[in-house]
Write a protein that binds this ligand. Structure first.
Ligand code: SF4
Length: 439
């Protein structure tokens, strides 16, 4: 017997997947708040509200599974009368709506990635164009994501993102500067620039790669002290960005550039538009242009046709390149991608084994690099206090994916959101320990 809940409408937005989904949830919540709605982000289980919006991820199998399980969890709660309405949006919904509507019909409605006004209507709110660039951020107050473009024009064979996010669309520089000023006014000091392909920025709007010009404008924004670059692409990399990174202290000496693989056979099949030689030269150019910069990359192992020899080439290269930060994923065979036409011939256990081998190599590299930091002093931003420590990051570390700096909170008092000079006293593979020192 379903019980009608008597709660005042309270909307709880749940975000799965990547930082671009976080950004979209923040935009949704900003609009809802402006329409006087009671909205929260990932509310505690004992106070979830009665209307649930799940912003899903549809990138690879694991992410899809997590999205489906989350939908089922809330459909079950609806059945029990704990929640009244369940709405689903985001990439999984964009990609599989007809199947989802058939298989999980108890969801009140499914929305695509470009249907914000419709979703708002279903939640009893109107889309307010004048709010463009305004949102309810969910990250710690000192940093925020800035989505400079959406969609992607690249033909990478394994990737379903263009199916879910469409063609590349850059946001105008003026709008992004206004957004950055609004964030700075709210105390944001670090801007994390995101897109599907950051380095493609401007090609549609300004008919040229214009990331450097955007950065020239963003470094003028008062209050913003760090600007971080995520999701660069190797081929056609705008080298003027490196000159600016070197010249401008506000631009972190850090770049995230997913490279996926390095064996020429695999790069060709992946349609990455680059080669072993070109990619390796690009990384060498990075290190020459900005000595000491941190390079983060992401790799895929177990791609169709990946031989033991291809994998050996990749392993040797990871050892040689000594990335500061690296993530490695097992290939996921995704419908409607070009690679789906190939046979998914690498057994799952071999994929997992190869991913583990790469991460073992990286753990050792990260350990060695972190040992070299002991005794050094770094300007750190303090994100939070947790478990007896203040947790911060250097300019070489992005939130949630990279190293953290731990400062003993029983010995020292620090203000979250502030920059502090920290002397590193100890290090593990992926964390640093330190103490505050005078600037
Ligand atoms: S650049 Fe990234 S988002 Fe675009 S198709 Fe390639 S992997 Fe996908």
């Amino acid at each position: 017997m379903r019980t009608k809940s008597l709660k005042k409408n309270k909307i709880n937005v749940i975000t799965l997947g990547c930082s671009k989904n976080v950004y979209d949830s923040e935009v949704l919540m900003g609009q809802l708040k402006a329409s006087g709605k009671d909205v929260q982000h990932e509310a505690p289980k004992n106070d979830e509200g009665n209307i649930i919006v799940i912003n899903t991820c549809g990138f690879i199998n694991n992410a899809k599974e997590e999205s489906v399980n989350t939908i089922l969890e809330y459909v079950d709660k609806k059945e029990q009368g704990i929640v009244d309405k369940v709405f689903v949006t985001g990439c999984l919904s964009e990609r599989y709506r007809p199947d989802l509507e058939k298989e999980i019909p108890d969801v009140d409605r499914y929305f695509g990635t470009t249907e914000l006004p419709l979703l708002l209507k279903a939640l009893g709110a109107d889309y307010k164009h004048e709010l463009l660039g305004e949102r309810l951020t969910t990250t710690p107050k000192n940093y925020a994501y800035l989505k400079i473009a959406e969609g992607c024009d690249r033909p990478c064979s394994f990737c379903a993102i263009p199916l879910m996010r469409g063609k590349h669309v850059s946001q105008p520089i003026e709008k992004l500067v206004k957004e950055a000023e609004g964030l700075a006014a709210k105390g944001v000091k670090e801007l994390i620039l995101i897109a599907q392909d950051l380095t493609y920025y401007g090609l549609d709007l300004y008919k040229k790669r214009n990331l450097a010009e955007l950065l020239e404008n963003l470094v003028q924004v008062e209050g913003i002290e760090w600007i971080r670059l995520h999701y660069a692409f190797p081929s056609g990399f705008p080298m003027d960005v490196l000159d600016l990174m070197k010249r401008e202290p506000k631009i972190c000496n850090y770049i995230d550039i997913p490279l996926q693989h390095i064996s020429d056979n695999i790069l060709k099949s992946m349609r990455r538009g680059t080669t072993y030689e070109k990619t390796t030269k690009l990384l060498k150019d990075f290190r020459e242009a900005v000595p000491g910069m941190a390079i983060r990359t992401t790799l895929i192992v177990g791609y169709p046709g990946e031989t033991e020899e291809d994998f050996q080439i990749l392993k040797n290269w990871v050892e040689e390149m000594r990335f500061e930060r690296l993530g490695c994923f097992a290939y996921s065979h995704e419908e409607n991608t070009h690679a789906y036409l190939l046979e998914d011939d690498v057994p799952e256990e071999v994929k997992q084994q190869r991913a583990a081998e790469i991460m073992d190599i990286q753990a050792q590299i990260s350990w060695d690099l972190n040992q070299e930091k002991i005794g050094q002093i770094y300007r750190c931003i303090i994100d939070r206090k947790e478990g007896g420590y203040f947790i911060g990051r250097t300019e070489f570390d992005s939130p949630d994916v990279d190293n953290e700096v731990l400062i003993d909170a029983t010995q020292h008092y620090l203000k979250t959101g502030d920059f502090t000079m920290i002397k590193i006293t100890d290090a593990t593979e992926f964390d640093l320990y330190g103490e505050p020192v005078q600037a």
